[in-house]
Design a binder for this molecule. Sequence first.
Ligand code: SF4
Length: 370
Amino acid sequence: MPHDPYKALYLHMPFCVKRCGYCDFATSAVAREDLRIDEYVECMVLDIRKASKEGKLGDIETIYLGGGTPTHIGASRLSSLLYGLSVSCDLTKDGLEFTMEANPESLDERLVRDVWALGVNRLSIGVQSFDDEVLGVLGRAHDAQSAREAVEAAHDRFENVSVDLMCGIPGQSDESFAESVREAVRLGVTHVSVYPLSIEPHTPFDQLVLANLMEEPDDDAEAAQMELAAGLLADAGYSRYEVASYAKPGYECRHNIAYWTGVPYLGIGLSAATMTQNESRRMRVTDGEVTDDLDRAQMEAEDLMLGMRLARGVSDERLAEASKHLPDAVQEIESLAADGYLAHEGGRWRPTKQGWLCGNDLFGRLLDLA
Ligand code: SF4
């Protein structure tokens, strides 16, 4: 179908040094020397060149190289990939945001300098915790000290460095979690993402829970730790611009905001979703299979839902536009406000603290409008 141009590009690198116990991402534990990684990188470069020739990369404003663990493939392969990308897409374009995910066990100063020189301008480091015991429970391949060193190495070239932290982990006390948040602040990162642990089907953690060898994360304890992070990060000058994302002013992740604001994106690599849309239809395709095919009303409901993930919420104009396709939208928004999930201020409907705490209910009711 004719569709709006892609503004965001996602590249997926599905390799890790080992598999963490909670992970259900599209990735495999593969030794760095394995030739399958070379083949994968070559295919990815060919796919990027093809996308460029088809004119799909001309309007790209944000790029995200995620995984898996992109840094696991090493500096040499990453350089080939980034070089291939640089001849297919203008990486010097004013304002282009180019994020690469990194894990502490495979991020060193040489790699930091190489990827920076080839156009990456934001690093997102999978730290999860600065507590060795907690990292052990998660089955991470790094310890707290190497996480600190990775953030310091990143700062050798990058000013825009994000860390991911996780809460609700079995055995993780509030104090341990709070100390990890404080450590991220002390290290001077510009962005922090905070996720509650969730037990995904068919993961080792799922097996442990089913065998009564691990307790399921407690929703209230997770919510309390999310609030703890919100308080500590607000005190340190980070604003919570999305339910799980905190940034120093000007360092909000534009690629993720593109996902939450209905911007078409192109995915290249295993299990990387591509979203196309025009006036009347939005489609997501993963590995050649249509995973979502939304009509206009469903698009509007999804946009309202995604909008409420963001602190800025949804404007009155946007709601009026959505109402043309969702007759009950205004009534439902008012009902969500009456329940304390939303507040109306400055011409916008914004999620409240309560709304984010009960996110599943809030988001579900908006999706149900279509
Ligand atoms: S490093 Fe990330 S992608 Fe790799 S197994 Fe662990 S959680 Fe999954």
